[in-house]
Ligand binder design. Structure first.
Ligand SMILES: Cc1cc2nc3c(=O)[nH]c(=O)nc-3n(C[C@H](O)[C@H](O)[C@H](O)COP(=O)(O)OP(=O)(O)OC[C@H]3O[C@@H](n4cnc5c(N)ncnc54)[C@H](O)[C@@H]3O)c2cc1C
Length: 408
């Protein structure tokens, strides 16, 4: 055990009721503890559109915020497979908690993959693990919608000092985050697509609220609009250009973890539908209620959704360290289509679950209500709009070959 691992074990032992063993086998137990806290406040979080504080207090106590940071920097070295499992488990408990966790882990993935070699970013990795910092994401800007590959705001340079003013339309949990990972134009004279990624912490920026978050679902993500003003140093810019980070990490990590969170929401609705159908069948002396076919449909689309996520995850893990493969047309098309298909299937699953439960599912109260799940999951197709993604990949889809065998 090296010094860092030893000090982390001690830190864990100090902060939780029972000491955590820092290997993969502890992940399910630690995630379950966070999920329990998230489930207990899920209704209140949704009703009051408030940040899921108890869930994230538990996530800090279980040291899940730094779980993806490599052991050498004080984390647990969790893989994307571990992270997606966690997102699914949290999604079954509270959609907002799962989505916040997924967004945070996407930013951490960028730090882990593209931060080594930069003293500032390496130190930030250590801080995420040691202080359990929560990182938010700022990509959406002004009237630009989900066009992430274009930035309006530019980094201003004055020697080694830099600054940025950004009209951030949406920053989920911006008010609660300890730092933000944001895109920007490289400099004043750079094109909108010539972007860099910056990691900034709350001691070097201010957020002036500009737009409230009063929405149908995902209310606990508290995705308020802000004017972001930052002053810092040039070493806060990731050394690699954003286009590479986007293809290799941002998109795969976001689409895999978001999809897993949505699949968790879908699974929770299927569980409710199952309980409803079982109760109805018991009450009718074993005779299936008419809605049973919708329950079967919900199970079927959930199975498709899970299979699609795991197959994309396997592809990603197989090529994780192969820059060329990750940047290839085929992989980029596939990982973008994952987001589109997973979001549609998640909505379809929750809709089938609600139809299985009928009025009991449509109600906002009672054990079989799936209203919250439906409202939350409806955010999936618009979170980077599916229409935009499909339009963007139309050309590459045309160029990549149609497979000639079942497994190639
Ligand atoms: C729950 C949630 C949390 C979020 N958190 C964050 C966050 O933390 N940080 C952040 O930066 N952003 C966040 N976002 C914003 C998100 O990343 C997208 O930017 C946003 O969902 C896009 O918003 P839009 O629909 O207004 O924009 P657009 O993408 O511009 O879409 C607007 C409309 O135009 C249509 N459209 C757009 N382009 C095309 C096209 N090429 N072809 C056909 N139709 C098109 C769409 O169908 C849609 O109807 C969050 C969004 C959600 C739902």
């Amino acid at each position: 055990m090296n010094v860092q691992e030893a000090s982390l074990r001690n830190a864990v032992a100090d902060k939780s009721d029972e000491p955590c063993i820092l290997d993969r086998s502890s992940f399910p137990r630690r995630t379950a503890a966070v999920a329990a806290a998230a489930a207990a406040e899920a209704e209140a979080v949704d009703r009051d559109a408030r940040y899921p504080k108890a869930a994230f207090d538990a996530a800090r106590q279980q040291r899940l915020l730094g779980v993806q940071i490599p052991l050498a920097y004080g984390g647990d070295g969790a893989s994307m497979s571990d992270i997606t499992d966690m997102c699914y488990t949290l999604g079954r408990a509270c959609a907002s908690t799962a989505m916040i966790f997924a967004m945070h882990q996407t930013k951490v993935a960028c730090l882990v993959r593209h931060g080594t070699g930069s003293a500032y970013l390496e130190n930030l990795m250590r801080r995420v693990a040691a202080e359990q910092l929560l990182l938010a994401s700022s990509t959406t800007e002004g009237q630009n919608g989900g066009n992430i590959r274009f930035s309006a705001a530019a980094v201003e340079h004055a020697g080694t000092e830099i600054s940025l003013v950004r009209n951030a339309t949406v920053i989920s949990y911006g008010a609660q985050a300890d730092g933000i990972v944001t895109i920007a134009r490289r400099a004043n004279d750079a094109a909108g697509s010539d972007q860099v990624l910056l990691a900034i912490t709350k001691d070097d920026y201010t957020l002036e609220p500009s737009l409230a978050w009063e929405t149908l679902g995902m209310r606990g993500t508290c995705s308020t609009g802000f004017e972001l003003k930052f002053k810092g140093t040039a070493d806060q810019i990731f050394p690699e250009s954003y286009d590479r980070i986007h293809a290799q990490t941002m998109i795969p990590a976001a689409h895999l973890s978001w999809s897993s969170a949505w699949a968790g929401i879908a699974a929770a609705s299927v569980e409710r539908a199952q309980a409803f159908i079982r109760k109805a069948a018991r009450g009718a002396g074993g005779q299936m209620p008419p809605g049973a076919a919708h329950f079967t449909a919900a199970r079927m689309s959930l199975a498709k959704l899970r299979a699609m996520i795991t197959s994309n995850l396997d592809t990603y893990l197989a090529h994780e360290h192969d820059e060329r493969a990750l940047s290839s047309l085929d992989f980029q098309t596939q990982i973008n289509l994952l987001k589109v298909e997973a979001s549609e299937l998640a909505v379809e699953t929750v809709m089938s679950a609600m139809r299985a439960c009928g009025l009991s599912g449509y109600r906002n109260d009672g054990d079989f209500s799936v209203g919250r799940h439906l409202r939350d999951v409806l955010s999936a197709p618009i979170m980077i709009n599916n229409d935009r993604i499909l339009a963007n990949i139309a050309t590459s889809s045309l160029m990549s070959a149609v497979p000639t065998t079942l497994r190639d």
